[in-house]
Design a protein around this ligand. Structure first.
Ligand code: PBG
Length: 326
C-alpha cells in the first residue's frame, strides 16, 4: 500500500500538534465585557450567565484588576442605571453610572489597559431601544445621532480610550467622529459594530442590563439572512472613520467575520455574546459537553476566522489558563 500523504503524521503527539498549530490564543487579544450597576451595595449575579455579575463600583475595580493582572488586553464597560427615561438621560450624564465607572477604570488602570465603553442608548431608555423615538414610536435615526454625540463627549471626557458604537444607526460613526474631532478628542478611537445582527442570542444580556425592551431591534440591526449587507455596513463605517470593526454575534456569524477579516486593513474584532456564553455554561452544567474544552474550541474558532480581538465573558479565566500553559 502506498499512501503518499499522511496528514495524521503531524497529529501524532501533543508537542507536534502544538508546534504546527496554525492559530493560537493570546490573553492580550481578549477583551472582558463588564457591567456596573447603580444603586447596589453588593455585586448581583446574573442568573442566565453563571459567573458573570452586575458590579458595584468597588467590585468593578476589583474584577478589572484581576483581568488586567491576568493579561487581558482590554475592558468593555456597560452601565445599568437606577432610573431610565425616553431619551436615556443617564447615558451622557457625567455622574451617570457608566461614565462614573469609566472614570474609575481610567483613573485606576488607564495606563495599563484599554478602557472601552458601550456607546448605545438601550440600557438607559425606558423603552429599551438603542435610539430615541419619534411621535409615532419609531426610531428617529438622526435625533439619535445627537444623543450618541453627547454620549461620546461624556465618555471621552471620562478618559475612555475606545468608544464601542453598537447602536446600528445610519451615519453614527461619521457623526460621532466629527463631533469628537471638533472637541479636540482626535485620539479617541471608534470601534464600529459594523455588522451587528438582530439575534436571539442576546437573550441573557437583557437580564444583565435589566433591559426594558418589548419587541425587537429588527429595524436597525441586520437580518440574519444577509451576508453581503454586512460588507456594505463595513464599507460605510470604514469610510466614516472607524478605527476597529466588530462583527457580532460571533459563532453564528463566523462566515461574515472571515470575509470581513480577509478583506479589510483595519483590526477586526468579534463578540462572543451572552447567549453563546450561556449555551456553553448551561450545556456543561447539564453534563452535555466538557466546559473547558468547549470554551477553548469556541475561542479558537474566532481566531481561525480571522478575529484580531475577541470580546468574551471568559477573558480573565482564559488568560489565566493560557499563562499556566506556557
Ligand atoms: C447594545 C448592546 C447589546 C449587546 C452589546 N451591546 C444588546 C443588543 O444589541 O440587543 C449584547 C451583548 C451580549 O449579548 O453579550 N447596547
Amino acid at each position: 500500500m502506498r499512501i503518499l500523504e499522511r496528514p495524521r503524521r503531524l497529529r501524532a503527539t501533543a508537542p507536534l500538534r502544538r508546534l504546527v498549530s496554525e492559530n493560537r490564543l493570546h490573553a492580550a487579544d481578549l477583551v472582558l465585557p463588564m457591567f456596573v450597576r447603580e444603586g447596589i451595595d453588593e455585586p448581583v449575579a446574573i442568573e442566565s450567565m453563571p459567573g458573570v455579575y452586575q458590579h458595584t463600583l468597588p467590585s468593578l475595580l476589583e474584577a478589572a484588576r484581576a483581568a488586567i493582572d491576568a493579561g487581558v488586553g482590554g475592558l468593555m464597560l456597560f452601565g445599568v442605571p437606577a432610573r431610565r427615561d425616553a431619551i436615556g438621560s443617564g447615558a451622557d450624564d457625567p455622574d451617570g453610572i457608566l461614565n462614573r465607572g469609566l472614570s474609575a477604570l481610567v483613573d485606576e488602570f488607564g495606563d495599563r489597559t484599554v478602557v472601552m465603553a458601550d456607546l448605545c442608548l438601550d440600557e438607559f431608555t425606558d423603552h429599551g431601544h438603542c435610539g430615541v423615538l419619534d411621535d409615532d414610536g419609531r426610531i428617529d435615526n438622526d435625533a439619535t445621532l445627537e444623543r450618541y454625540a453627547d454620549m461620546a463627549l461624556a465618555q471621552a471626557a471620562a478618559g475612555t480610550h475606545v468608544l464601542g458604537m453598537s447602536g446600528m444607526m445610519d451615519g453614527q460613526v461619521g457623526y460621532v467622529r466629527e463631533v469628537l474631532d471638533a472637541h479636540g478628542y482626535t485620539d479617541v478611537s471608534v470601534l464600529a459594530y459594523a455588522a451587528k445582527y438582530a439575534s436571539a442570542f442576546y437573550g441573557p444580556f437583557r437580564e444583565a442590563v435589566d433591559s426594558q425592551l418589548t419587541g425587537d431591534r429588527r429595524t436597525y440591526q441586520q437580518d440574519a439572512a444577509n451576508g453581503r449587507e454586512a460588507l456594505r455596513e463595513v464599507r460605510l463605517d470604514v469610510a466614516e472613520g472607524a478605527d476597529i470593526l466588530m462583527v457580532k454575534p460571533g459563532m453564528p456569524y463566523l462566515d461574515v467575520l472571515a470575509e470581513v477579516a480577509a478583506t479589510q486593513d483595519i483590526p477586526v474584532f468579534s463578540y462572543q455574546i451572552s447567549g453563546e456564553y450561556a449555551m456553553i455554561e448551561l450545556a456543561a452544567e447539564r453534563g452535555a459537553i466538557d466546559r473547558d474544552e468547549a470554551i477553548m474550541e469556541s475561542l479558537l474558532a474566532f481566531r481561525r476566522a480571522g478575529a484580531d480581538g475577541i470580546l468574551t465573558y471568559w477573558a480573565t479565566e482564559v488568560a489565566l489558563k493560557l499563562r499556566a500553559e506556557q
